[in-house]
Every structure is written in C-alpha cells, then in structure tokens.
Design a protein around this ligand. Structure first.
Ligand code: GDP
Ligand code: GDP
Ligand code: MG
Length: 301
C-alpha cells in the first residue's frame, strides 16, 4: 500500500467525523446562518478546538455573504481550503544539520514514544544515516528491552545503563558515544510522565542540561509525542511540556484509531509548535512526515 493510501486509511475515522458529517449536514440544504452554526458545533465536536472552528466558520460566513457558497459542494471545497490554510501556517519539517543531531523524545505514558523512536530510527537508517538510541527510560524494566528490539530492527546502536539508573547519565553517554563514533543522529527515549508532576518535569530539564554539557547546541529537537485519541487533553499536555522544557515539534500518534484527528488543527491554531510527524498505525512505515497538502487531500479525498 502506498503512503497516501496508508494515510487515507489512517484518517478514516477522522474523515467520517469531520468531512462526511459536514456533507450529511449540508445535503440538500441552503447554506445559511443556521447551517453554519450547526457546522461550527460539528467542528468543535470533532476536536478541532474553538479557535480553529471560529476561524473556519468565519471565513465560510464571508463567502456565503459574497454568494460564493451555495450548496454542499461549494461548502466542502471552501472548508477544505480553510483547513489547508491553517495546516500550512507555521509548518516546519524535521531536518538534521548538526552532527550528531540530537532528538529528545518526551510525553506522557503510553502515547507511543518508544514506538515512534523505533520507526524514526528505521526511517533514518533506511536513508543511510547512522543512529544511536539512548535508553533513558530507566524507570520501567521492560522499557530498555523494548528499545533494544527496535534498535536491532533498525540497525541502530543503543546506549543503556541498568534499570533504575539516572536517565540524564544515559543521555549524556549516548551523545558522547555518538560523537566519538561519528554517528549522525541520537534519539533519546524517556520515561512517560504526567505533565502535572513537577519533579518529573525537573528530571527532563536535567536531561536537557546534561546533554548540552556534552554538546552545547543539543538537543536540536525536543519531540513531544501526543496521542491523537486524547483530544483536547493533548493541547494541555503540549502547553505544560512546552513551558517546562521547550518543545520544538510534535509527533501525533494513533491517528488511525481516532476520530479526533481534527486535533491537528487545534494544535496549529492554539500552539506555536509544528506537528512534524504523524503515526497512522503500528508498523514501521506508518510513521510519516506531516505534510499539510497530503493530509488535506487524504482527509477530503
Ligand atoms: P510509550 O509508553 O510512549 O513509549 O508508548 P509505546 O511506544 O510503548 O506505545 C504504546 C502502544 O501504542 C503500543 O502498543 C504501540 O504499538 C501503540 N502505537 C504507537 N503509535 C501508534 C500509532 O500510530 N497507531 C497505533 N494504532 N498504535 C500506535
Ligand atoms: P503515583 O501516581 O504517585 O503513584 O506515581 P507512580 O509511581 O504510579 O508513577 C506514575 C508514573 O510516573 C509512572 O508510570 C512513571 O512513568 C512516572 N514516574 C514515577 N516516578 C518516576 C521517576 O522517578 N522517574 C521517571 N522517569 N518517571 C517516574
Ligand atoms: Mg516507552
């Protein structure tokens, strides 16, 4: 299956809740104020957030006034255009420049950090880069093994300490090892933590501080992994992690299991953090670079 088809399949539930519901709503009706109000409600239900919902509905209202939206088809087209605009605003891709390029991966429990790291490592090695993984989730015993399996699959190196040891020390050693071996990319796994626990946020700050002692410009990317099924809570997580350690990019996982993929619009509108990666399944090729154009095409077909 091609990447676009994977994406389409992954966005199936979101397309249903967002695009198909819009079509249903407008079918055979005149596009007027009461329809637009129902449409805005539908957008909010689909987790696109109040700001994005207002911005889209506002733009559509203008077009209705100018008589540019008369029927269901016009409405869908204009809706698609507004979604595209929002997603393209502030879009950035991940691009490795420094050597080693250090990616610190953070997020709450179970969002898909380790899986995303594994897929990303594989993606980089497939493109000829060398990769070192840092097993800095020392909290859960099984976490190190899980990362080792991914390192194996990807043909990446791994730096690990004993379970329970200081995660900052593991991160430091991984960066030092990568420098001495001239490795291109270091990806650091960390233990899941609730964004509301300040001692655990302090631990993340320490990891950052310690890495920068070994390489002052690092980390080059602080990748927050959020689970698309968590809806508006994802926004909260992003705000708090960002305040604590400065997030440079978001990986939005489990879009395939979620009807709440509209959250990507809320992230774009309400936060100043670009979505860089999306996860649309559990296999290696299910992690994709976030491409606004492709996303919109897959969502609206
Ligand atoms: P961590 O605790 O953040 O490290 O999360 P894990 O990487 O261990 O992943 C938790 C679960 O989410 C695993 O069962 C993964 O296979 C699953 N997962 C991760 N990303 C995706 C995704 O994009 N789609 C689906 N369906 N499952 C995912
Ligand atoms: P409780 O909610 O106070 O009972 O805390 P738990 O011990 O159940 O931990 C909840 C989650 O916080 C765990 O799954 C871990 O991911 C994380 N956690 C707790 N303590 C630590 C720690 O010392 N280091 C790290 N990295 N994570 C921790
Ligand atoms: Mg993990």
């Amino acid at each position: 299956m091609g990447l676009i088809n994977k994406l389409k399949k992954g966005l199936f539930k979101t397309r249903k809740s967002l695009v198909e519901e819009t079509e249903k709503l407008a079918r055979g009706r005149k596009v007027d104020e009461s329809l637009l109000e129902e449409f805005e409600e539908l957008l909010i239900m689909a987790d696109i957030g109040p700001q994005a919902a207002e911005s889209i509905t506002g733009a559509l209202r203008e077009k209705v006034k100018q008589d540019k939206i008369r029927n269901e088809r016009d409405l869908k087209k204009a809706f698609k255009e507004e979604v595209r605009k929002i997603l393209k605003e502030g879009h950035k891709v991940m691009c490795a420049g420094e050597n080693p390029y250090v990616i610190l991966t953070i997020g709450v429990n179970g969002v898909g950090k380790t899986t995303t790291i594994g897929k990303l490592a594989r993606h980089f090695t497939d493109h000829g880069f060398t990769v070192t993984l840092a097993a800095a989730d020392t909290f859960r015993a099984a976490a190190i093994e899980q990362l080792e399996i991914w390192a194996d699959r990807a043909g990446a190196q791994i730096v690990k300490h004993r379970s329970g040891s200081d995660p900052a020390a593991v991160a430091f050693d991984a960066v030092a090892s990568a420098r001495s071996k001239n490795i291109d990319i270091v990806i650091i796994d960390t233990a899941g933590r609730l964004h509301t626990k300040s001692n655990l946020m302090e631990e993340l700050k320490k990891i950052k501080r310690v890495i920068s002692k070994e390489k002052p410009s690092a980390p080059h990317e602080v990748l927050l992994v959020v689970d698309a099924t968590s809806g508006q809570n994802a926004i909260n997580q992003a705000k708090i992690f960002n305040d604590a350690v400065g997030v440079t990019g978001i990986a939005l996982t489990k879009l395939d299991g979620s009807a709440k993929g509209g959250i990507v619009l809320a992230i774009n509108k309400e936060l100043d953090i670009p979505v860089k990666l999306i996860g649309v399944g559990e296999a290696v090729e299910d992690l994709q670079d976030f491409n606004p154009e492709e996303f919109v095409e897959a969502l609206f077909e």
